[in-house]
Design a protein around this ligand. Structure first.
Ligand code: F6P
Length: 475
């Protein structure tokens, strides 16, 4: 039977069930992690050289295959080209983008190592599903090794329009390599449009209106499959978490004040300095709310050895100190700021008791915090989601209070709107958002991507199981 082979930079550690290291991805792909599935990725370890023979761990009949990265490759592939070049560029922040030719060479080498490890593991009818910007050229390396399987790629972050993408010196080469996939998936229609505009402008290929395009005698299909969450599961988790001691401790410490929560990786795309600035503006412009609100920002440390992340950390510590210095009272601290990670359960409980979910990235592929915040609410007394219009989630979640995160006054005003919103409006916005979070689920994401992949060229009959149900594939 054909298997699904997932390839992503990170691999969930089967021992960390409650707080998987691969973050949202491991949760989103939960439905396809059925017996027989293989997941290949980086072990997280740095060695003398990059390995191409993976280490195998079996857990519940899922095979986790990991390779180590050599120290030099870690610097060029991970710190350099992935997170110093592609990450800011695709988030449309060319000013933060750096490029070094040797980093690109290292990136290509690591993508080749992933392909070599994979080629030795796959059977002819396996479906290969590659994830994210760290692995843009794996499919091309697989084809060069003679792998003819159906290969799909999903980009979790935004795609940039040609005017920005062409800043990348090897832009055409990277695009061509990406086109070795049979199916390329995006979070939003806007990302797909930007990608197709690059295909047209840089490769001079005219895409069809439905998003397919021909290249080298083959056809590539593009699709839009927004990533989602297991809403029912998360909602149950939040319902249970609210009864736990740690959530109760939090509620007691609020002494009746409204909680506003933000949960992010400490990353410059998340717009945290602007968010702190907006909160400061809110405290200054709406003195009637002082002492009645407590803002908790969890900003888990991330990529600390990549340029800009350390500066950001310092900037935020400084700003948090300034806000608390200026506005705290003997018995009230307006901002609680922590850079430690919290467990998924603890966060679910905090979302549920928070009156406002503040999600204001400057640019984001999707942002699952927005979806989790909505799923965690008590439907009889829900909180209000404030969401950046530049998060992929905003394309679907139009009933949130949408803001431009670059405008501190607008965000400050949104906090005021959320705190004073009528019960009817709060309930009706939440009902609409919840329905969307339920329909655009993790299961729908996996099902539609795998269905598109299975539809590629002469397909043998296969079966793939999702959760409890079996999906029969066309012969
Ligand atoms: O969402 C983008 C992403 O890079 C994922 O691919 C990754 O798992 C997550 O952010 C965390 O980043 P990193 O793997 O660099 O710690």
């Amino acid at each position: 039977m054909a298997r699904l082979v997932i390839v992503a930079n990170r691999v969930p550690n089967p021992d960390e069930q409650g707080n998987p290291r691969a973050g949202g991805l491991a949760v989103a792909l939960g439905d396809v992690l059925v017996p027989g599935t293989i997941w290949l990725g980086w072990s997280g370890a740095r060695a003398a050289v990059t390995s191409t023979v993976p280490r195998i761990v079996e857990d519940r009949d899922v095979t986790y295959a990991t390779i180590d990265l050599g120290e030099a490759d870690y610097r060029s592939y991970y710190q350099g080209f992935s997170n110093g070049t592609l990450w800011p560029l695709l988030h449309m922040m060319p000013g933060l983008t750096t490029y070094h030719r040797e980093d690109y060479i290292g990136y290509r080498g690591v993508n080749r190592a992933f392909a070599q490890a994979l080629a030795a593991m796959v059977d002819a009818d396996d479906l290969i599903w590659i994830h994210d910007y760290q692995l843009l050229t794996v499919a091309a390396e697989l084809r060069a090794l003679g792998v003819q399987n159906r290969i799909g790629f999903f980009l979790h972050i935004p795609f940039a329009p040609p005017e920005i993408f062409e800043i990348l010196p090897p832009a055409k080469e990277v695009l061509r390599a990406l086109c070795a996939n049979d199916v390329i998936g995006f979070q939003t229609e806007g990302d797909r449009t930007a990608f197709l505009a690059c295909i047209k402008a840089l490769l001079e290929i005219e895409p069809l209106p439905d998003g397919r395009f021909p290249i080298d005698g083959r056809e590539v299909r593009t699709i839009v499959t927004p990533i989602g969450i297991d809403s029912e599961g998360f909602s149950r988790l939040a319902g249970r978490a609210v009864l736990r001691a740690e959530t109760r401790r939090m509620t007691e410490s609020l002494v009746g004040r409204a909680l506003m929560i933000g949960v992010d990786r400490l990353d410059y795309t998340k717009g945290l300095p602007g968010r702190f600035g907006a909160y400061e503006r809110f405290l200054a412009s709406y003195p009637q709310h002082r002492r009645k609100i407590s803002y908790l920002q969890i900003a888990a440390l991330s990529r600390s050895d990549v340029e800009h992340y350390d500066e950001l950390r310092n900037e935020l510590s400084h700003k948090a100190g300034d806000i608390n210095g200026a506005y705290s009272d003997f018995d009230w601290v307006p901002l609680r700021y922590m850079t430690r990670t919290a467990s998924r359960t603890a966060i679910a409980g905090l979302y549920r008791v928070a009156r406002i979910g503040l999600v204001t990235p400057l640019r984001d592929g999707m942002n699952l915090v927005a979806k989790e915040y909505v799923a965690a609410q008590n439907p009889a007394d829900p909180g209000v989601l404030i969401l950046s219009r530049f998060a992929g989630a905003a394309a679907e979640m139009t009933e949130a209070v949408l803001v431009n995160p670059f405008d501190v006054d607008e965000v400050a005003n949104a906090i005021h709107i959320a705190l004073t919103m009528s019960d009817d409006e709060r309930l009706s916005r939440h009902d609409a958002l919840l329905a969307k979070v339920y329909s655009s689920s993790a299961e729908a994401y996996c099902t539609s991507f795998v269905a598109a992949l299975r539809d590629v060229r002469g397909i043998p009959a296969i079966e793939l199981r999702y959760g409890g149900s079996t999906i029969k594939m066309r012969a």
